[in-house]
Design a protein. Structure first.
Ligand SMILES: CC(C)(COP(=O)(O)OP(=O)(O)OC[C@H]1O[C@@H](n2cnc3c(N)ncnc32)[C@H](O)[C@@H]1OP(=O)(O)O)[C@@H](O)C(=O)NCCC(=O)NCCS
Length: 103
């Protein structure tokens, strides 16, 4: 959860799907967008996931047209991997410097 002046302004969750696989969810109150708060919060969650030696990747889905969410993920190093009718799946590999065979 993110707080500004002791008020809740957003939230980011790292969700374990399988031992090596995580998902993320996030939102920010509109009045607090555009300042990098979500980027900083997700960056901290990604660091936390990386510190788990079993963690290999993070996936999430973004509804088509949600440009702010897509920009946020790309800023953090996620890449689009699959396109479905209503959303695009993004993926981030957590294994720096290793050959990554997942597709
Ligand atoms: C998705 C969501 C969290 C993105 O919010 P956001 O404000 O764009 O993200 P950040 O807090 O990281 O801010 C990034 C913006 O701040 C700017 N910024 C300023 N300082 C920054 C910094 N130190 N670091 C990164 N960005 C910074 C960036 O340039 C960017 O501006 P832009 O929107 O003009 O390109 C928000 O739009 C939201 O809550 N949407 C509704 C819920 C939702 O869609 N959730 C995701 C479902 S998939």
């Amino acid at each position: 959860m993110y707080f500004f002046d002791a008020r809740l302004v957003g939230r980011a969750d790292l969700i374990g799907v399988e031992p090596a696989r995580f998902s993320i969810g996030y939102w920010l109150a509109e009045a607090h967008t555009g300042r990098g708060i979500a980027t900083a919060a997700l960056d901290a969650l990604i660091d936390f996931a990386r510190s788990n030696s079993d963690a290999a990747e993070i996936y999430t889905g973004v509804t088509h047209g949600n440009r702010a969410s897509e920009a946020l993920l790309v800023r953090l190093g996620f890449e689009p991997t699959d396109t479905f009718d209503s959303y695009t799946r993004f993926r981030l590999s957590l294994r720096r410097g290793m050959i990554d065979c997942a597709t």
